[in-house]
Design a protein around this ligand. Structure first.
Ligand code: DAT
Ligand code: MG
Length: 139
């Protein structure tokens, strides 16, 4: 059975709203293991590498401005099928339509800004997880 690692980010809205403990508790209750944690306000340079696939999209500038607006908690999380499993805990991108029971469905809310503020990020594939963990947890 493959044990995977994924990158979880608690975004500036999650930290600001004091939801760090709530998100980490959900990860731990699911049985996933926290193996590394850090808190930082990410630079635009780091975020440009992290959000490579979204460069050029209409929401890219707003996304970078939001993500660099304050501290973020980055977690290296380990578990069986954790990449898919954490995405399932998170729910879909839009907090308005994310189902109850998910982090975004339970805790996310609609905002007036065009930038979607949805509390957390989770890697979407093994390739993304390896790439993103190297960016956020570079030695
Ligand atoms: P996810 O975070 O669910 O993997 P994504 O990778 O497609 O979603 O997009 C990354 C982030 O960018 C997302 O969490 C919020 C923002 N975003 C995505 N699509 C957007 C849109 N159409 N308008 C505004 N922000 C958007
Ligand atoms: Mg994504």
């Amino acid at each position: 059975t493959p044990i995977e690692e994924t990158l979880v980010l608690i975004k500036p809205d999650g930290v600001e709203r004091q939801l760090t403990g709530e998100v980490l508790a959900r990860i731990e209750r699911k049985g996933y293991e926290l193996v590394d944690l850090r808190m930082l306000t990410p630079s635009r340079e780091l975020l440009t590498r992290h959000y490579l696939e979204h460069e050029g999209k209409p929401f890219f500038e707003g996304l970078l401005a939001f993500m660099s607006s304050g501290p973020v908690v980055a977690a290296r999380v380990r578990g069986i099928r954790v990449i898919e499993g954490f995405r399932s805990l998170t729910g879909p991108t839009d907090p308005t339509t994310a189902p109850p029971g998910t982090i975004r469905g339970d805790l996310g809310r609609a905002w007036e800004t065009p930038t979607i503020l949805n509390i957390v990020h989770g890697s979407d594939s093994p390739e993304s997880a390896a790439r993103e963990l190297a960016i956020w947890f570079a030695a």
